[in-house]
Design a protein around this ligand. Sequence first.
Ligand SMILES: Cc1cc2nc3c(=O)[nH]c(=O)nc-3n(C[C@H](O)[C@H](O)[C@H](O)COP(=O)(O)OP(=O)(O)OC[C@H]3O[C@@H](n4cnc5c(N)ncnc54)[C@H](O)[C@@H]3O)c2cc1C
Length: 245
Amino acid sequence: MFGKWYESTCIKIEAVNDTVRRFWLRLPVEAVAFKAGQFVTLDLPISQRRTQRWRSYSIASAVADVAIAPNVIELVIVRLENGAGTTYLFDQFKEGDVVKVREPQGQFVLNEAHLQEELCFVCTGTGVAPFRSMLREISAKKLVDAPMHLIFGTRYEEGLLYRAEFEALAAANENFHYYPVLSRASAADWTGHRGYVHAVYEELFRDKRPANFYLCGWNIMLDEAKERLKNMGYTPQQIIMESYG
Ligand SMILES: Cc1cc2nc3c(=O)[nH]c(=O)nc-3n(C[C@H](O)[C@H](O)[C@H](O)COP(=O)(O)OP(=O)(O)OC[C@H]3O[C@@H](n4cnc5c(N)ncnc54)[C@H](O)[C@@H]3O)c2cc1C
């Protein structure tokens, strides 16, 4: 299989809520060159067969973060019930452990031609990871002048990953708009969007103005979003996707 493998050390693990954790890995210096939106593949000790041990995770940190914490990347991972890889990562993997990581890969990166046009990022759960990386990159380098929207779906308020960061970004940058959407909001005081991400971009872009949509998460959300955006008149070139499976 293509791509170089490196030994990395886990330097920190932090629980965000009951099912999501952030993992920080330190890589050799030559392994940390990546573009916002790319992913790494971990070789986990969960099978005798090499390819059955591999699990991919989007890099949630930005290239600029590497200057602050040298050679460190951040991953944000949700535990999947009975999932072989995540059961290992949540129940056995700990700070100080070494794991093999394949060099960053993937085509889900910001297209330069899209930086002058309105951008809409749509995700559910840990599908926010590549967008967190892209938004940190965009902010650090002031790459985009056009409006940017992040529509982030999850079940409950506890699932709003990086909420404070996105709220701060929205407060500091009038071009950035953050739309958290809760499908099972229990709190009566939740005044934000309820339901699924789809209704939010359909309403936001009901005038069908030019925009590029970046979608990330599991196929059930991606397939529906692709179909709905197509029905709104957006072309395949305007819909860029990363599937988690
Ligand atoms: C390019 C890429 C980037 C990814 N980035 C991330 C990331 O940043 N964070 C992250 O948490 N995961 C990410 N994933 C998913 C990750 O690679 C694993 O599939 C996931 O962690 C489950 O692995 P597992 O071994 O626990 O489950 P497995 O034992 O491999 O079982 C996985 C099965 O469950 C499905 N599945 C997995 N997760 C879910 C889910 N939440 N909801 C519904 N079905 C699911 C898969 O399609 C598959 O059929 C990414 C996947 C890809 C391909």
